[in-house]
Every structure is written in structure tokens, then in C-alpha cells.
Design a protein around this ligand. Structure first.
Ligand code: GDP
Ligand code: MG
Length: 598
């Protein structure tokens, strides 16, 4: 194909504005699959993604479109994940494109992730094409939204297609815009190979498959390629393009998007953002922007009672094969035994992995409270990075501690400004400024400690603003902070899995609230169980689970057999989900209690 007839583009949008639905329509319209063949949402193929309405792994699809000018075009649609945890992957997939469709929901207007994505697209110098979606909704206000796009983003949206992705209205206008406005790729086919990896996954037959965008040169089977970040080299066994399936081709050339298979064993060796070049005729400089992604949030993952350590490890290994950003290493907990310390890009990433372990691998696991990475300067001058509260040195040995700070942008209707500010205040936020986007909407800029954001901040924000506020944040750096380790003792025994690191001013409140939550979570035993929160040897809160003879059948006189049976089964089920800590049975759910703030 001629370069001039190729269009490489992404779709960017705030979550739920209709990105996946539009992708489906575009695929349908270009005749790749009939509606009946088409899965509900082809680009979000993982069940979990579909349920949560998010896209975790980006993919691409190659489409053919006969435009009104009579020419046939190749459209490479590159899907991007839609969540702040995956911003780096978003930026790499955008880097593979020349243009982006900016979808804005006509009833919602611009939201935080709309802006965050626009900034990412602008950083890549992409042509941004606004598209107004959901015009079928009774509360759609397309004219206002057009104006908003002009005022807030500074892109003229006067002629933006007004569409309904759901009803399939005006999809062709979008395709024509792509052909007319997205620049064709340029780049010398005869130069040394320069290709960007924007996604990779493990296939049990082929090994690692890397999705690439070729910027210069060409790649074909038999060639020896080199990963520029590691200098490792591999022989190419297959290159191809993805339509409804993977189709091998003879070569991929400058401007093309496709996949490459090359005897690579681990996705870690085909890192998103890395540049592939010709091992025997390498390019001088890699493509810009490569970053090795580092986990931001850690937690312990332990097999639940009766569950096997090895099966948890096998499952984590399997997940890691397809997820280079998941890290884990074995650790032991006095309370939970043998398990793993796992690192994630963010909270959502963590929740996804937990859910996949439970659903896809059918495992019962216990997870400990998430933690960020703290910097600890010891009096000896030694500097440590701590992501497990248990490893924190004694207070007397510590010179000072630092914690990660994020700069957060919160977009909200003006009526909730007070509520949002109060929340940020409660979470030790430092206010920077407030920008009016329009009369009724503002963006608040705060610096927030990441350790406050990872405890249900997002939920709290949503509930205080009836779901109207949206959040975007990025790591800003480290800051010195007065932090302490808060321990929980159950029946006099320190349960390391409950320990968290908190700001000293918050310790009392958190200690009390965790003790109260645990009191509700832990069932009565035949003896009284004290629950204590402590900093060092100082007890700061105390609750007691009163003693009770546990006899669930006592409640159902009258001999309702089925009910009795049910209760017994329930009790059995409940038992399986318990952790024995000393002589106390603690339900698995209790480990989540420490996560919740209010
Ligand atoms: P994404 O998160 O941006 O990928 O959004 P989805 O494509 O998953 O859409 C989110 C929700 O909006 C789904 O329930 C869609 O059915 C719905 N939706 C998408 N496009 C339209 C539209 O044009 N009109 C209406 N009424 N709903 C739509
Ligand atoms: Mg989606």
C-alpha cells in the first residue's frame, strides 16, 4: 500500500463516552465483520474489561475503507486503555499514530480524562478530530459541547461529526474525517529499521507477539532484530497485520502497523515503548519516550486457608507473562504464612489482578492493605525504599521519611467545590489553584500524598459529587513527612498483615476506625477478643468482640430443615473463607476493612 493511503489513528475519550462502541461501529462499517459475526465489543475482549467497561490492553485492527474520493484507504485503529493507571501505555499507543478521534459524550461534555488524554495526544503532535457522541440521548447538548471543546481545549469543533455510536448514526462522517484530516505517515522505507512496540502479549503457540508501528525501514521474516533498551537480539519468524485474525504478510514497511513474532520468550523482553531495529544495520537513535514502568502500589497476596502457595505462584507467573508491569516476589507474614509481595501500576491494576486470580484461576486469596513506596533515611545515613510496612525500621533508627506526592486535577461542577475541597483537606491535600472551565465547572489542582489517594479516594470523590467529579493524577515526586507505623493487635497478637504506614496526625483516627471495623467483621468466639491499634508499644484504640457461644441453629426453632441446612452450609462456606490468627478466626473480608476510610 502507498503510504499516502494509510491512516493510523486512535480513539481517545473519558471512560464511558463511547470509545469501544464507536470502534465497533467503525469495524462494522468497514465491512471487516458482519454484525452477527461481531462479538459485542471486539476490542475489549477480556470479560473483566467488558464488565468494568474499561480497556486494559491496547490492541489494533487494520481496516479497509473506500472513501468518497474513490480511493481505498488502510485505516489502522489502535485502541488505548482508558484509565490513569495505564497512562504510559496510552502515550505509547498514541505515539504510533498520526491522529486521534476525540470522543465527547454530548450529555456529559468534557471530563478530566478527556483533557488528560488530549494532553497526551498533543504531546505526540497528533491531529485531534473531535466527535460528539450520544446525540440520541434526550439530554444531549451538542452545541454547548462543541463550544466547550473550543473554549477549553482550543480546538475548533464547529464541524465535528454529531454521532450516535450506539444507533450507528453518522459513522461515515467520522471515517471521512479520518481520511481527510489524519496525516498520512511519512518515513523512509530504505533507512535502517526503526519500529515502536506499543503492546505485546504472550501466545502459547507463537511466543511473544509484539504490536509495532514501523517508522523507518522495513521488517520481514528471517531478519535479526535488536531491542534497543536491552540490546538483546532475535530472529523474526513472522510479521503480519491484524484484521479479524492475524494475517502474516511478507514485510511491514515505514508507515505500517502490525505485529511481529521473533522467538521472544517473555513479554519483559518486548517492552512497551521500546524501539526495534536491525541488529546488523542499526539506527543511530531510538524513538523518544521509552520508560521502564515502575510499580506505584504494592500489596501482599496470600493463599487463603487451605489454598496452595504453589498454585498462587503459578497463577501470578501466568499473569506476568502477559503483563510486564506486574511484579512479585515471595514474602512471609507471621499472620498469613507464605505469600507474595506484588507491585502494580495503580489501584485499578491491583484490583484487576486480584479479580483475575479469583476468577480465571479460581483461587481464594487474602490481600493486605496496599502501600506506596516510602523513602527512609536512617540515622546511619543509609537510604531504604520500603513498600511493606513490616520492614520499616524502628522509629528510633529513622532520621526522616519521605512519601510520594501526586499532582491531581479534579474536575467538578461548581456546586461541589466545597465538598471536594473538604475531602482533599481531609486527605492532607495542598491546594494549588482553581481554574474555571466555564461558569458552572472548575478544575481544582491539588498536591496529594499518594498514600491518601490509594485508600478509597476515588469512591469518596464520586459519592460526594454524585458521580460528577472526575480525577486525573500523576506522580510529582517525594516529600518529607511525619509518618508512623500503625499496628493492629488481635487477642494480644500483632497481625503484621494489618499494619499500615500513616501520617501521625491521622494515626488515632485510622486506628480507631480500623478497630471498629474489625470488631464488626470478626465473629464472636467462645472467648472475648480484644482488638487494639498501636503505634510502637503505645495502644491508641481498643475494641472488644464479646464472647458468645456460637450456635447458629439456636435461632431456628420450629424445625425448618431447609433453612437449617442453608445456615450450616453458609457457616461451612464462611469457615473456608477464614484465616486462623492465633486462636481467633478472622474472615477474609476483614483484610479489606483497613482499606476503607469512613
Ligand atoms: P468507553 O468506556 O468509552 O469504551 O465506552 P463504551 O463504548 O463502553 O460505552 C459506554 C456506555 O455508553 C455503554 O453503555 C454504551 O452502550 C453507551 N453508549 C455508547 N455510545 C452511545 C450512544 O451513541 N448513545 C447512547 N445512548 N449510548 C451510548
Ligand atoms: Mg471501552
Amino acid at each position: 500500500v502507498k503510504q499516502t493511503n494509510i491512516r493510523n489513528f486512535s480513539i481517545i475519550a473519558h471512560i464511558d463516552h463511547g470509545k469501544s462502541t464507536l470502534a465497533d461501529r467503525i469495524i462494522e462499517k468497514t465491512g471487516l465483520l458482519s454484525t452477527r459475526q461481531m462479538q459485542d465489543q471486539i476490542l475489549d475482549s477480556m470479560d473483566l474489561e467488558r464488565e468494568r467497561g474499561i480497556t486494559i490492553k491496547l490492541k489494533n485492527v487494520r481496516l479497509k475503507y473506500k472513501a468518497k474520493d474513490g480511493e481505498e484507504y488502510i485505516l489502522n485503529l489502535i485502541d488505548t486503555p482508558g484509565h490513569v493507571d495505564f497512562n504510559y501505555e496510552v502515550s505509547r499507543s498514541l505515539a504510533a499514530c498520526e491522529g486521534a478521534l476525540l470522543i465527547v459524550d454530548a450529555s456529559q461534555g468534557i471530563e478530566a480524562q478527556t483533557l488528560a488524554n488530549v494532553y497526551l495526544a498533543l504531546e505526540q503532535d497528533l491531529e485531534i478530530i473531535p466527535v460528539i457522541n450520544k446525540i440520541d440521548l434526550p439530554n444531549a447538548r451538542p452545541e454547548e459541547v462543541k463550544k466547550e471543546i473550543g473554549d477549553i481545549i482550543g480546538i475548533d469543533a464547529e464541524d465535528a461529526p454529531l454521532i450516535s455510536a450506539k444507533e450507528g448514526i453518522n459513522i461515515e462522517a467520522v471515517l471521512e474525517e479520518i481520511v481527510k484530516k489524519v496525516p498520512a505517515p511519512t518515513g523512509d522505507k530504505n533507512a535502517p529499521l526503526k519500529a515502536l512496540i506499543f503492546d505485546s502479549y504472550y501466545d502459547s503457540y507463537k511466543g511473544v507477539v509484539a504490536y509495532i508501528r514501523v517508522f523507518e525501514g522495513a521488517i520481514k521474516p528471517g531478519m535479526e532484530i535488536r531491542m534497543m533498551s536491552t540490546n538483546k537480539h532475535y530472529e523474526v519468524t513472522e510479521v503480519g497485520v491484524t484484521t479479524s485474525k492475524q494475517n502474516p504478510v511478507d514485510s511491514l514497511e515505514a508507515g505500517d502497523v502490525g505485529y511481529v513474532v521473533a522467538s521472544i520468550k517473555n513479554v519483559k523482553d518486548a517492552r512497551v515503548g521500546d524501539t526495534i531495529t536491525d541488529h546488523h544495520n542499526p539506527t543511530d537513535t531510538p524513538l523518544p519516550g521509552y520508560k521502564k514502568v515502575v510499580p506505584m502500589v504494592y500489596c501482599g497476596i496470600y493463599p487463603a486457608e487451605g489454598e496452595d502457595f504453589n498454585s498462587v505462584r503459578d497463577a501470578l507467573e501466568k499473569l506476568q507473562v502477559n503483563d510486564a508491569s506486574l511484579v512479585f516476589e515471595p514474602e512471609t507474614s507471621a499472620a498469613l504464612g507464605f505469600g507474595f509481595r506484588c507491585g502494580f501500576l495503580g489501584l485499578l491494576h491491583m484490583e484487576i489482578i486480584q479479580e483475575r486470580l479469583e476468577r480465571e484461576f479460581d483461587l481464594n486469596i487474602v490481600t493486605t492493605a496496599p502501600s506506596v513506596i516510602y523513602k527512609v533515611k536512617k540515622k546511619t545515613g543509609e537510604e531504604l525504599y520500603i513498600q511493606n510496612p513490616t520492614n520499616l525500621p524502628k522509629e528510633t533508627e529513622v532520621e526522616y521519611m519521605e512519601e510520594p506526592i501526586v499532582s491531581a486535577s479534579i474536575m467538578t461542577p461548581t456546586e461541589y467545590v466545597g465538598a471536594v475541597m473538604e475531602l482533599c483537606q481531609n486527605r492532607r491535600g495542598v491546594f494549588h489553584n482553581m481554574e474555571y472551565l466555564e461558569e458552572t465547572r472548575v478544575t481544582l489542582h491539588y498536591d496529594l500524598p499518594l498514600n491518601e489517594v490509594i485508600y478509597d479516594f476515588f469512591d469518596a470523590l464520586k459519592s460526594r459529587t454524585r458521580g460528577y467529579a472526575s480525577l486525573d493524577y500523576e506522580l510529582k515526586g517525594y516529600q518529607q513527612s511525619d509518618l508512623v507505623k500503625l499496628d493492629i493487635l488481635i487477642n494480644g497478637e500483632l497481625v503484621d498483615a494489618f499494619s499500615i504506614i500513616v501520617h501521625r496526625d491521622k494515626a488515632y483516627e485510622r486506628g480507631r476506625s480500623i478497630a471498629e471495623k474489625l470488631k464488626d467483621e470478626i465473629p464472636r468466639h467462645q472467648f472475648a477478643i480484644p482488638i487494639q491499634a498501636a503505634i510502637g508499644s503505645k495502644i491508641i484504640a481498643r475494641e472488644t468482640v464479646k464472647a458468645l457461644r456460637k450456635d447458629v441453629l439456636a435461632k431456628c426453632y420450629g424445625g425448618d430443615v431447609t433453612r437449617k441446612k442453608k445456615l450450616l452450609e453458609k457457616q461451612k462456606e464462611g469457615k473456608r473463607r477464614m484465616r486462623q490468627i492465633g486462636s481467633v478466626e478472622v474472615p477474609q473480608g476483614a483484610f479489606l476493612a483497613v482499606l476503607k476510610y469512613d
